[in-house]
Design a protein around this ligand. Sequence first.
Ligand code: COA
Length: 322
Amino acid sequence: MPFSRVTGTGGYLPERVMTNAELEKIVDTTDAWITARSGIKERRIVEDHEFTCDLAEKASRKAIQAAGKTPADVDLIVVATSTPDVVFPSTACLLQERLGVTGPPAFDVQAVCAGFLFAVDVADKFIRTQSANCALVVGAETFSRILDWSDRRTCVLFGDGAGAVILEASAEPGILSTHLHSDGRFKDLLCVPTGVSRNYRKLQNGGAYVTMEGGEVFRWAVTAMSDIVKETLDANRMTLDQIDWLVPHQANSRIINAIGKRLGLSDRKVVMTVEKHGNTSAASVPLALDEAVRDGRIQNGNFVLIEGFGGGFTWGSAMIRM
Ligand code: COA
């Protein structure tokens, strides 16, 4: 049975930068509060004419190029998003058309901020069962479209972006293990309570926004993302000192620091990019991974543990030998 290997990464952030100073003019907040509570200094926001698929395409082309492939080589597309361009077709199908790929399966997965981990897990299984050889796995979001820009508790925390990886079949590992969890009992703590079926009249009137019990989410995120690191290490019979990099979901520097402290992991082994783009949901892990690959922190042969946590609740991880 082949393994899947990450052979290319890509990322894309919209050009428009929104600083904390700009947010001070929109809601009753301060740069000092946002920085102290979240570590975020700025986020990127799409223009009116930009959509999730536009960001996904740009990140995907970079990942395909980094892998030395062409779109024609891609035989599976999985897009993780909670902000698809349209209800259907899936953003993966829209992306497939943009890339000029015809035939192989393309579909979305929805696990909010843990979505990229769910997408990697699915693509890894396609490759290991020899149903695909070259998978494009994307996390792409335009969360700015589902933010209530009058709610200071949420609008300061999120941003738009996309990240992508190419996974290829290989005799050498690769992805060593993946781990996924969900617990729907917590569905109300972090959600958009409006949809195309439930509360659809609100949607028609333009009212679909993120709501969050910040403190509760914080506590669960730290616990779940610490525990899943241990679960992942145990599954691979590895110890913490054997991982070269932890790439956690980039929601909040305080969550990331609390995980590091709980585990006893040095900051020097943790990739943190949240200050530049805020919480980009499903895009956050592949964006952080891409940045650390491109700036040379993550090297071939490194053991990299990626992990995410999001609404649902959903959480997941993967141990990767780069
Ligand atoms: N600017 C200024 N003040 C703000 C604010 C903002 N943007 N947002 C909230 N406040 C205020 C609150 O109204 C509250 O005021 P009060 O005491 O007068 O009622 C005060 O700050 C403290 O609010 P609290 O919610 O207790 O702050 P906190 O220290 O818990 O930080 C979060 C809030 C949201 C930053 C924090 O709970 C958090 O990071 N949660 C996890 C969020 C997350 O990452 N979610 C996604 C996971 S996928």
